[in-house]
Design a protein around this ligand. Structure first.
Ligand code: SF4
Length: 421
């Protein structure tokens, strides 16, 4: 009989063709999905061509031009063209042209391309997002991804797992983003280095899929390989009608070994922000009234989904953005954008004097659509606030939930929805 295993261990063992694996073991695995974006794919494509004239499976190699797209300059236009040409040449089933495109980590789950039980890699660190579906997904460099384009395989060192037990209920104005910022504040940016975080406990069922994606997305900000949720009825309801393949559910064994167990009571978490220049630099949002902002950004693979748009709209409704502040809203996918139109959220954003963008990573990585000048400060629903992340190296980014970002846009300084007058 196989030893007791965590979710991460079970998925990795299955894809390595083994009955069991243990942390620290080096294994080679078959991959379900391999993806890259307009920054990382050009190198991966070159590496792939050195090995093979064909990708291992045109159904399983996914290209998403989302970072500097729609093309912000000639260089980005050339990079996206390289993806497009390769996608047509290789007859890839999943290349997302501008107009169908979305931010990759919102798009792949939404389109049912990644399904529970998958083992996927992507040339982007926030590939860990799909752990929300019960898939082991992690970021790798362009070279590894290029090899995987050609072979469909990658090697892994089996990570130990940290168990995070969630209990209680969120208070008003508190969301999944506050939970993950609080956890990163507890762990530090390397507190889960090369480990798998497994979220469990009675409160999980009350967290929506959009909330779970937000949480898994930021697992890497504590150094984790992946942030996994067990498949439950919430996952199944999300996948039904969108999954492009049959899926497999992996549940941890009762006797599975965890390197550490952390308990969090949702009711003890308040609206939280991460101050410059680390996601772990967390403080209560209510304590930041001295912190004036020049810009608010609501979007990204962390918080650009429809629930995020609804929360932001509810707070912005009937208000306008503070004088001297820009508020940029970026629905993460075309589907989210369309829903914003149909649900009347777009009118709320426009009435509040927000700028609404087509889906793109845009300002999240200081690319375009809201780059900061020297000395400027933004509050942002994105996931990183490193030095110069959104523009000039003397600019600052404060990470927050869509609720806190929207409230701060109205008031002109960092605050909670309860502080909006
Ligand atoms: Fe990376 Fe930001 Fe794009 Fe997410 S939205 S994939 S964090 S650049």
């Amino acid at each position: 009989m196989a030893q007791a295993m965590t979710i991460a261990e079970k998925i990795l063992a299955r894809h390595a063709g083994l009955d069991e694996v243990t942390p620290g073991q080096l294994i080679e695995c078959d991959l379900d999905i391999v993806h890259a974006n307009d920054i990382t794919a050009p190198i991966a494509i070159d590496v792939c061509r050195e090995i093979s004239s064909r990708v291992f499976d045109p159904e399983k190699v996914v290209l998403v031009p989302d970072h500097y797209a729609p093309n912000k300059d000639i260089k980005s236009a050339e990079q996206v063209k390289k993806l497009r040409d390769f996608a047509y040449e290789q007859k890839l089933a999943h290349y997302f042209e501008i107009g169908c495109m979305g931010v990759e980590h919102a798009l792949l789950p939404e389109q049912g391309i990644v399904v529970p039980g998958d083992l996927t890699i992507g040339a982007d660190s926030h590939t860990c997002t799909y752990g929300a579906l019960g898939a082991f997904s992690t970021g790798m460099g362009s070279t590894d991804v290029g090899v995987a384009f050609a072979t469909g395989r990658a090697w892994f060192k089996v990570p130990p797992s940290i168990q995070v037990v969630l209990e209680g209920e969120f208070c008003p104005d508190v969301y999944a983003k506050d939970l993950i910022l609080t956890l990163i504040g507890m762990l530090g940016v390397d507190g889960a280095l090369y480990q798998a975080i497994e979220f469990t406990g009675p409160a999980v069922q009350s967290i929506s899929m959009d909330g779970r994606f937000t949480i898994s997305n930021m697992a890497i900000e504590a150094g984790a390989k992946v942030g996994l949720f067990e498949v439950d009825d919430v996952t199944r309801a999300y996948m039904n009608g969108r999954a492009q393949r049959a899926w497999t559910e992996y549940h941890p064994d009762e006797e599975a070994h965890y390197a550490k167990t952390i308990r969090m009571n949702l009711g003890e978490i308040g609206p939280t922000v991460a101050l410059p220049h680390l996601p772990s630099n967390t403080v209560p949002a209510a304590s930041c009234a001295e912190l004036e902002i020049d810009q608010a950004v609501i979007g990204s693979c962390t918080n650009g989904r429809i629930e995020d748009m609804r929360v932001a709209a509810e707070i912005l409704r009937g208000h306008t953005v503070a004088e001297g502040v820009r508020c940029i809203i970026i629905p993460a996918t075309q589907d989210v954008y369309r829903r914003c139109v149909h649900e009347g959220l777009m009118d709320v954003f426009l009435d509040a004097n927000c700028a609404v963008s087509t889906p793109t990573c845009g300002p999240c990585l200081g690319g375009h659509m809201g780059v900061l000048a020297a000395g400027e400060r933004a509050i942002s629903t994105t996931n990183r606030n490193f030095v110069g992340r959104m523009g000039h190296k003397s600019s600052e980014v404060v990470l927050a939930s869509p609720a806190v970002a929207a409230a701060s846009a109205i008031m002109g300084y960092v605050c909670t929805p309860a502080q909006v007058q």
